[in-house]
Structure formats: C-alpha cells, structure tokens
Design a binder for this molecule. Structure first.
Ligand code: PGA
Length: 256
C-alpha cells in the first residue's frame, strides 16, 4: 500500500471540555479500515485535556492529536504564539498550517507558511499544509496558478524530499463551511493536478504524500470523495464537532 489515509478534525474556535470527553469516549468504539490515521485538532487550550483523556482511556494508537497553528519562531517575545516545542510537550504530532482562515484573517503569507512548515518538520511534527483557491479564482480559471504559488515557496524552503513527511489538504475556499462541496470529479481533478505538480519535483515523493480534501465534507458525501484515486481522506470542520457523524467519515477512509 503506497499511501495512508488521514481524516483530520479541525474544530476551529469551537468545542469545549465536554466535547473533548464525548469525542474521546466516542472514538473508543471506532472501526477504522487499513492504514488510516485520525487526527483531532482542538483549540490549543484543550490539547492537554485531549492528550490526558486519550492516554487514560487508552485510545487507539491510530488516533493522534494535532494543533491548528504554530509559530515559525523557536521561542521569545511573541505574545500569544505557541512553539513547536510546547506542542510536542503536549503529545501533539500534527499541525495544521496555512488554513485559508489564517491566510485571509491573519494575513499569513506563503513565505511565512513555508517558515512554519519548516519549523514543524525540524521539530518532528507533521504539517497538514492547507492550500486552496477562492471562488473568484476558480471562476477566472486561476486555480492551478494559485495552488502552484502556494506550494512552490514551501518546496523551495524545505526541499521536495521533506514532503515525504508532509500532508497536504486541498480546501477550495468557497467550499469551507458553506455546504457547497466540490463535486468528486472536480476534487479528483484538482488533487491529480497537485500530485502531478509534486511529481515534477520528485515522482517518488509525490506518490507518497497524502492529499486530503476539505470543504463541507459530511457523512453523506465522504464515501464518494474518498473513493477518488488521489483523495486520501479529509480535513473536516463542522462535521467533526458531531461525534457520530465524524465517526462515519473516519470509517469511510481507506489507505491506497
Ligand atoms: P468545513 O471546514 O468542513 O466546515 O467546511 C473545513 C475546514 O475549514 O478545514
């Protein structure tokens, strides 16, 4: 099997300690297919509680914890920021980097995002690098240009060989939280483009990188999306706050 599948829950600024409890309890009975990892990314204040509860309850080792952001700096006077080392102390293994909400509301640039991916990799954390075009960019046929311009600075900074430890999440901005999902054909076509783009730099690495789809994935559309040749799971926002729905999504994923 060439590639593992990953289903990552992006809670964003939602959830509470009660959700940490019900999610860990719910995941105790989850049935995952072969070669699948589940990553729960709660808000930072709940990372510790999630880590403790999953350890006490002896949660399946295929289920990991992720953060939603990380600083590109090691330490110092960066009020409000969280370092890679802090995340590691909390048993965090994955980190979402470059989510479109970070790019648009907090003005994160592709260069800064490349620094963050580099910091994460150097610390042994797996980055979930988010890329995606806006509705206007898709309408004016700029999708491929936008995705290339989001990927290239990261490839330039860390080197394509390091992408063996990177997960990419393709999230069309117009599909995030809107209920508008890309059709499975449209998502597959874009994922295929991303894999080809990586393959131009290194074919062996390109085959191994899990490419997740994100944007209004739910229990009804996940199966069709995950069945596509280049879709290796999903980054799930709204539907990851509902334990039963999230479990259905996780169970639909399968390594390829
Ligand atoms: P959504 O969010 O599933 O609510 O559309 C996905 C994301 O932003 O990661």
């Amino acid at each position: 099997m060439a590639r593992r599948a990953i289903v990552a829950a992006n809670w964003k600024m939602n959830g509470d300690l009660a959700l940490v409890d019900t999610m860990v309890s719910g995941l105790l009975s989850i049935e995952l297919q072969e070669n699948v990892n589940v990553v729960i990314c709660p808000s930072s204040p709940y990372l510790s509680a999630f880590a403790v509860k999953s350890k006490v309850d002896e949660l399946n080792a295929a289920i990991s914890i992720g953060a939603q952001n990380v600083s590109e700096h090691k330490s110092g006077a960066f009020t409000g920021e969280i370092s890679t080392q802090m995340l590691q102390e909390l048993s965090v293994e994955f980190v979402i980097i470059g989510h479109s909400e970070r790019r648009s509301y907090y003005k994160e640039t592709s260069t800064q995002i490349a620094h963050k991916v580099s910091a994460a990799l150097n610390a042994g954390l797996t980055p979930i690098l988010c890329i995606g075009e806006s509705e206007a960019e898709r309408a004016t046929e700029q999708t491929k240009t936008v995705l290339s311009s989001q990927l290239q600075p990261v490839i330039d900074e860390v080197g394509i060989e390091k992408f063996i430890d990177v997960v990419i999440a393709y999230e069309p901005v117009w599909a995030i939280g809107t209920g508008k999902t890309a059709s499975s054909e449209m998502a597959q076509e874009t994922h295929q483009f991303i894999r080809h783009f990586l393959a131009q730099a290194n074919e062996i690495v390109a085959v191994k990188v899990p490419l997740l789809y994100g944007g209004s994935v739910n229990a009804s559309n996940c199966e069709e999306l995950f069945a596509q040749a280049d879709i290796d799971g999903g980054l799930i926002g709204g539907a990851s706050l509902q334990v039963e729905q999230f479990k259905i999504i996780c169970s639909a994923a399968k390594g390829k």
